[in-house]
Design a binder for this molecule. Sequence first.
Ligand code: TMP
Ligand code: ASP
Length: 253
Amino acid sequence: MARRKKIYEGKAKILYEGPEPGTIVQYFKDDATAFNAQKKDVIEGKGVLNNRLSEFFMTGLNQIGVPTHFIRRLNMREQLVRQVEIIPLEVIVRNFAAGSMSKRLGIDEGTQLPRPIVEYCYKDDSLGDPLVTEEHIAAFGWASQQDMDDILSLALRVNDFLSGVMMAVGIRLVDFKIEIGRVYDGDFQRLIVADEISPDSCRLWDMETGQKLDKDVFRRDLGSLTDAYTEVATRLGVMPKNAAPITKPTLIN
Ligand code: TMP
Ligand code: ASP
């Protein structure tokens, strides 16, 4: 196979030039990082699970008319996506207080918020992705007012969709982060959901037990991250219950 051109390597994914102009191959690594990569590990099978889960969520969004970058899954670890110009913002939607919001505002984790709250962080690892306001976003030209209206509407539609899908399998969507990309169709630009949607970028709690089924398991050393992600995938029917464990390759004589 011809050597592919690597475009970008991030903490959890590698992007390669796609087979056609305007496409990208997104490869999901097993690397897990937290606290701006101060904590690092390799979690065997995480990339396979996130590739499947992101496919599942993005496909569902496409089907209900929320545009995403997802085109198709290529194999266990790779998917073909549309090339976008990433808006340098992490768009966070919160339904319950947790994580940095609980710390910042002194609200107990798990407290239901009066309504979904959308926050924006400036995507810059060297600064630790600081929280910014729409004033910063407008003044520094990261996105226009029209873009911000579209981003808010996309974020809330993703929240409604993901909340419903997760609730149907007994999981509470506490919060999540998405990234938004710009694409050009002729003279027009549109915004679409890009990057990934997976338990790396969501907080997911079992509705009965409160058990964490997301990257907090790794951040807070709460047990096996693969078990948690496999539980999410199994409940969603993304991985069949009796599938061979993805961490152990089957030996064929
Ligand atoms: P936070 O409470 O740490 O700000 O995280 C809010 C949500 O965003 C949570 O679902 C985890 C997700 N997130 C990311 O996807 N990437 C990040 O770098 C951080 C800090 C959070
Ligand atoms: N993804 C970020 C990091 O690697 C932070 C996080 O998810 O906690 O450091």
